[in-house]
Ligand binder design. Sequence first.
Ligand code: ARG
Length: 230
Amino acid sequence: GDSEGDSGGETYTVATDNNFVPFEFMNEETGEMEGFDIDLIKAIADEAGFNIEIESMKFDGVVAGMQSGRYDIGIAGMTITEERKETIDFSDPYYDAGLMLAVSADNDEIQSEDDLAGKKVGTRSGTTSETYIRENHPDAELITFPGIVEAYMDLESGRLDAVMYDVPNVQYYVANDSEGLKTAGDILQGEQYGIAFPKDSELVSDVNEALQTLIDNGTYDDIYEEWFGE
Ligand code: ARG
């Protein structure tokens, strides 16, 4: 990078989630975290000229870790919301997402969110899906889980009627990690992911500049292709 982007090799801590395919997850063979977010933050660090130390945790810990300033950077498929912006700073958006339903492959009863009344709907606590269900589907039976994989497993075993979560995660899980599930209906609410920072972090502009460079020079597309290409 140019000399402005060169911070002299500072090391920053990065908080990420421990299981959100395909953005961040543990490769059991290598023992390393991988995924779209991991590749993106590594490329941003290279471009901006700093080093990173990645630590994975529960999603709530990433949000709390930004609010307390315990970590320098958070990347965890975190949706930019007005509420979070009160306590957290965000980079420019780096990924267009949204919410979607998964149901059992043999379920014809739930075709869309209009069919959720009286149904057991699972999601992960502390996420935009939880807020969405509370606000839009008070007549559904909301069940929250500390991790989304537990919700998917309860859907697979028939203890839940549907799971609502982020489109890329639902689609990836249905296609790669599960048998007997399908998506139902359309995208429910458009959302954008941002890289998170403690309020008033000086890193925001450096990260935005590096992100834009990676978009302009094709690196972003290469990473996208790797995780979302056919
Ligand atoms: N995008 C949703 C949110 O920000 C869910 C994010 C979940 N991310 C994760 N790494 N588990 O609330």
